[in-house]
Design a binder for this molecule. Structure first.
Ligand code: CA
Length: 503
């Protein structure tokens, strides 16, 4: 080969851009209401905000089945629960399915998952994995690896971060995908020793619906087991007079020194005010936001590491959660409902080398879109079986302003003795939300432009017939497009026909 050809070959190799690395930081139960760039009144998250300053913040991102394991299965497969087989937390994930990490591997990526996994079966499609068994532990957590299990000393968020950075430092030369799965801020909310001093004197503002009477919502809303004045447990959930399970002697000493005065204050405050709801709310939000502060610190560490080793210019960083969470709205903790606090999910994407400015994306997006997005970034065409769409054009701001005009939701869990949230199917458009609780045969319809907190069910008379019929049609057409279970489609279509007839 002569020198000209040689130089031409070098030029060509530079002309082909290397596909970017992707780091996805995926926390558990982290609501938009607890992220300051989403306008949180509860906590400041400077590191997550930094991602949003240099990238796209998705304001209408939804989890199609707002529960832990189903959300994770949809992340991996780009398919709905009925299609990937994970309808609730009890099912076992079939790891032989097509997932985006497997497709990334076949395109030459190295892949790793570190931290929360929560899919019962062993990870597939990952060259490297070290995952928490089930929900995992906040202190001195056990990890499962291909070589067996081991215990790592420390606080889970910090341990996962250190393991993630160690993996990046020791990776090979190929582009990589890394899934950092945080356990925090999942129930029960146990902060790290480094966060116990935070917010000790802070009084958190109450959401407008904390003290709701549940009038205007579906009949079962008042009965579900997620109320701060009834169902939350003082020892197991709020950690009053309790030390973290698995903590060692030194950790317990630090914990007790800091927390015992706070426990006394909680009990005194309760005795003084007699306000169980308000007192539990304050204690709950304090522990939850402390867990969030730990996650935010992890995001900062990962960003600083990528910057220091000059990886940030070729690494896409994504922050999201498996779904949102109630932080006192409707007097609740937990998730499961299709209401905004739980089905609405944070999503921030910082493209490689950053956008240079912040962008807020108002289009509706779904967690079905993750897998096609990661494949798009790697230059791979998503298989037709995936049901989402790439978000890359929305990140760049080159897509039409509306990516989807509707998102679909389906909550299946009927075997959960702990929460008792009724099953439903739902659609959400840019303005309205329609929910059908098919076991109860009850409908809910909200106008999000007029009633962002979803306090007033407008079914059946609160909107025009045209709006109602339009939403009903959207619901059945989404079920057909997503190839929902036939029996359910027929059941919902019968209910829709009844509803249209009587409207
Ligand atoms: Ca979760």
């Amino acid at each position: 080969m002569g020198p000209v050809f040689y130089l031409a070959a070098i030029a060509a190799s530079f002309a082909v851009p290397k596909p970017p690395n992707i780091v996805m930081i995926f926390s558990d139960d982290h609501a938009r209401q607890a992220i300051s760039c989403y306008g949180s009144r509860l906590v400041s998250t400077p590191n997550i905000d930094q991602l949003a300053k240099e990238g796209a913040r998705f304001d209408r991102h939804y989890t199609t089945n707002p529960l832990c394991a189903p959300s994770r299965a949809t992340l991996l497969t780009g398919r709905s629960s009925h299609s990937n087989g994970i309808r609730d937390n009890a099912s076992e994930f079939d790891g032989t399915q097509v997932t985006f990490p497997k497709l990334l591997q076949s395109a030459g990526y190295q892949t790793a998952v570190i931290g929360k996994w929560h899919l019962t079966s062993k990870p597939t499609g990952f060259d490297h994995w070290e995952v928490l068994p089930g929900q995992g532990s906040y202190y001195n957590p056990e990890f499962l690896t291909p070589r067996g299990s081991l215990v790592r000393h420390g606080y889970v968020t910090e341990v996962i971060t250190q393991r993630a950075l160690a993996w990046i430092a020791n990776r090979g030369p190929q582009p990589f995908f890394l899934l950092v799965g945080h356990k925090a801020p999942h129930r029960n909310w146990v902060p790290g020793l480094n966060q116990l001093h935070l917010f000790a004197d802070k009084t958190f503002p109450e959401p407008a619906t904390l003290r709701t009477d549940y009038d205007g919502l579906v009949s079962e809303a008042k009965n579900v087991h997620m109320r701060l004045d009834r169902d939350i447990r003082s020892a197991e959930d709020l950690m009053v007079d309790t030390v973290p399970p698995r903590a060692d002697k030194t950790q317990i000493q630090v914990w007790e020194r800091i927390m015992q005065p706070q426990d006394e204050e909680y009990k005194k405050s309760l005795a003084r005010s007699g306000d169980l709801l308000g007192t539990n709310y304050q204690r709950y939000v304090r522990e939850y936001t402390r867990c969030v502060a730990g996650v935010d610190e992890s995001v900062g560490e990962i960003l600083r590491f990528l910057r220091k080793y000059r990886l940030l210019d070729n690494t896409v960083v994504v922050y999201s959660s498996d779904q949102g969470f109630f932080i006192g709205e409707n007097g609740w903790y937990d998730k499961r409902w299709f209401y905004e606090p739980s089905a609405g999910t944070p999503l921030i994407v910082r493209p490689a080398s950053g956008l240079g400015h912040s962008r807020s994306v108002k289009s509706l997006t779904s967690n079905l879109d993750f897998a096609p997005t990661f494949l798009d970034l790697a230059g791979i065409k998503p298989p037709d079986t995936m049901q989402g769409r790439s978000l890359v054009p929305l990140v760049k701001g080159v897509a039409p302003s509306v990516n989807r005009d509707v998102v679909y939701g389906h909550f299946y869990e009927s075997n959960d003795p702990d929460h008792k949230v009724p099953r439903y199917v739902a659609v959400c458009t840019s303005r309205h939300k329609l929910i059908y609780y098919y076991d109860l045969q009850e409908w809910e319809l909200f106008d999000l432009a007029q009633d962002a907190a979803e306090t007033q069910n407008l079914w059946p008379d609160g909107v025009s017939r045209a709006v109602r019929v339009e939403l009903l049609n959207r619901l059945t057409s989404q079920q057909r497009v997503l190839r929902e279970d036939q029996a359910l489609i027929r059941q919902v279509e019968r209910a829709v026909q009844e509803a249209v007839k009587s409207s």
